[in-house]
Design a protein around this ligand. Sequence first.
Ligand code: MG
Ligand code: MG
Length: 255
Amino acid sequence: MIITNDLQRATLLEAGRRLASVLAALSVKVAPGVTTAELDDLAERLIRDGGDRPAFLGYTPEGALRPYPATLCVSVNDEIVHGIPNEDAKTLAEGDIVGLDLGLIHDGIIVDSAVTVAVGKTDERAQKLMRATREALTAGIAAATPGGRVGDIGAAIQEVIEKAGFSVVKPLGGHGVGDRVHEEPFVPNFGRRGTGEELVPGMVLALEPISSEGRAGVVLAPDGYTYRTKDGSRSAHYEHTILIDEHGSIVATGR
Ligand code: MG
Ligand code: MG
């Protein structure tokens, strides 16, 4: 969406604060022995207790054969994104890395954010993967300025992930958000500076670097949602909803 007035802007930022607080509460809950279904239940309860609605539950993305059946996406280890937490729920184990991806609707505005969290203590390589992907998101946000291009964001994200020795998972990426869960423009996590759609003040984007330890190939599971790495290597994912303003960008879902 394009924000055109102060009320919309305030609503977006409030939506972002609410999502950040739910995601923080979920992150704290992640521990060995906790199931993905428990995290999903908690996500839905916290969102509804705040008077808001889950954005992913019942949403059918383009090309999907059925609506998404949960509030939260939980993607463990080699699962990249869109892991379904409440069908064949998994029990988290020490050392796993788990992506939590959540959307909510507050006063009609949709925000989208994700973090990857270690279950207990994980190994150094997983920590490095998570750190690089988090830093890629920071670099992407810094590159998102009015008058810039979508390709500036992708180039910044790609550089950080590849410099750390990891791969960008290419078919998946960021997107416009606000009125719907997925809007134009698509924001790839790779690209060339100075190319792609122009970034304009008021634009609301979800930036979401997605990386893997190994090669970038993906496989879609028979459930129609869960993406896995083809080579079984682990994947990390961080996401913020941002607003392009006159000077740079504001992170709506910042914590
Ligand atoms: Mg998301
Ligand atoms: Mg997203």
